[in-house]
Design a protein around this ligand. Structure first.
Ligand code: PLP
Length: 490
């Protein structure tokens, strides 16, 4: 017979008293980190594999003291961290952990809600509905939009396109699938050449096929050309394809271009196509009255995605998918095995009926705390400030010899490049600007990324961090000009 181990012999979890002690240490550590983000290099300086090499190859046999575990935060973890919370973070799109969001995450972990059904967390199910209704109404979006939190815009878009596929029940995709059905036409999804790669990934995952994502040309301001959409749909119909959905972008990843959603909605209505709007970054700008203009026509969208974890100071992860067709989403995803049946299922909303995932985190709580702690005014003031910094930077760049702004600046992103006199060849300009980028990022003070706009390699500065002040933008601009001088001389 094996001897049983008395519960008291187990180690690992900590007592509530020990929790309090370590939490106090951690709270001090986090406060110090948030007070002095500039002590760190923005972009981690580690080489690939270096971080893993600093870790033991196997887990410990014996429990370790939590003091030792915490000590490894500075010694082991921090060297491998790229600081998204740093005011000099200008790459991709910003993502700041605000204090209300960080505190929210602590409680989310402690309460450990698993929202598989309404009854497994009424607070989760109902707070998610209320918080998203607050955000929707404050953004001026239609009051009948149904919202749901997912982890990322990629997953929100995946679920929106799954619903688009289900919107026509005669396709019977849910039950019969797509493969081996010669009677089905090929389903097509349209987006601009500037649209995010998550659309292609969704098409791959849903079995629509990457080649059935039709990327349309853009105009001089990087917006989808509606004439090209109309022509592509007509050509596809003539060739026997079935136009299924259009993904319009409000705030493209490269340059924050805004597709003409209203005109696209006309085409979708005429052609019976689902209109999904990807506003992963820019969607929060609908909170700012003078920026509502970017959202003309989105009220006609079938679904819309925005990420509070990008520009609404909510820590990773928190994406919001809205749709005016919750019943289609439900038809797509609802599936209730016997063990999940409840008496209240007809009157209480369970998000698992509307989404691919069964369990869900209590993400609504951190978003709720962010909305309450900032208030609409606080959020609007920050968003306005970031846009004002971008405009000011663009003016300075445009006024500086041999520098050029490469796309309209309508939000908080500036695309630009250095073009020394006589340097005209695209490949040479690319090498030159890539060298500037490497130099600036190697400083550790700022982190910028690049993109391609058509054939042009451009540098990109996305201003959206809660802790960024004008002095950080000015410092980045100073570093860029210094790096350009060095690169041109070498
Ligand atoms: N859509 C747009 C317009 C984006 O800019 C991004 C990322 O930057 C995404 C989708 C993907 O976001 P996520 O990482 O949340 O999937």
């Amino acid at each position: 017979m094996t001897a049983t181990t008395d519960h008291a012999d187990f180690v690992g979890d900590l007592s509530p008293d020990e929790f309090e002690r370590h939490a106090a240490t951690l709270a001090r550590w986090i406060a110090e980190y948030l007070q002095h983000p500039e002590r760190h290099r923005v972009l981690s300086g580690l080489a690939p594999g270096e971080f893993r090499a600093s870790l033991p190859a196997a887990m410990p046999e014996k429990a370790e003291s939590f003091d030792a575990i915490l000590a490894d935060l500075d010694r082991v973890v921090m060297p491998g961290v790229t600081h998204w919370n740093h005011p000099g973070f200008f790459a991709y799109f910003a993502n700041t952990a605000s204090v209300p969001g960080i505190l929210g995450e602590l409680v989310i972990a402690a309460l450990n809600q698993v929202g598989i059904l309404w009854r497994t967390s009424p607070a989760l199910a109902e707070l998610e509905q209320t918080t998203l209704a607050w955000l929707r109404d404050a953004s001026g979006f239609p009051s009948d939009w149904f919202g749901m939190i997912t982890d990322t815009a990629s997953v929100s878009t995946l679920q929106a396109l799954a619903a688009a596929r289900e919107a026509d029940p005669s396709l019977e995709v849910r039950h019969r699938g797509l493969a081996g059905r010669p009677e089905l036409p090929r389903l097509r999804v349209y987006c601009s050449s500037q649209a995010h790669s998550s659309i292609d990934k969704a098409a791959i995952t849903l079995g629509l096929g990457a080649e059935n994502v039709v990327r349309l040309p853009v105009d001089g301001a990087f917006r989808m050309r509606v004439d090209a959409l109309e022509a592509a749909v007509a050509a596809d119909r003539a060739a026997g394809y079935r136009p299924l959905a259009v993904v319009a972008t409000v705030g493209t990843t490269s340059s924050t271009a805004v597709d003409p959603v209203d005109a696209i909605a006309d085409v979708c209505a005429r052609e019976t196509m689902w209109l999904h709007v990807d506003s992963a970054y820019a969607g929060v700008l609908a909170l700012v009255p003078e920026h509502r203009v970017h959202f003309r026509g989105v009220e006609r969208a079938d679904s819309f995605v925005v990420n509070p974890h990008k520009w609404l100071f909510t820590p990773m992860d928190c994406s919001v998918l809205w749709t005016r067709h919750p019943q289609v989403l439900k038809r797509t995803f609802s599936l209730t095995p016997a063990y999940l049946e409840t008496q209240e299922q007809d009157v209480a909303l369970s998000f698992s009926d509307y989404s691919f995932q069964l369990g869900r985190r209590f993400r609504a709580l951190k978003l709720w705390w962010v909305l309450r702690a900032f208030g609409r005014d606080g959020l609007v003031a920050r968003l306005r400030q970031h846009c004002a910094y971008a405009t000011r930077l663009a003016v300075e760049i445009a006024a500086t010899a041999e520098w050029e702004v490469m796309a309209p600046v309508g939000m908080s992103v500036v695309c630009f490049r250095h073009r020394p006199a006589g340097m005209t060849e695209a490949a040479v300009l690319e090498r030159h600007n890539a060298a500037i980028l490497d130099r600036v990022n190697a400083s550790g003070q700022v982190f910028l990324s690049h993109t391609k706009l058509g054939p042009d390699y451009v540098l990109r500065m996305a201003i959206g961090n809660l802790r960024t002040e004008w002095r950080h933008v000015a410092e980045a601009w100073r570093l860029l000009q210094g790096a350009a001088r060095t690169s041109a001389a070498s």
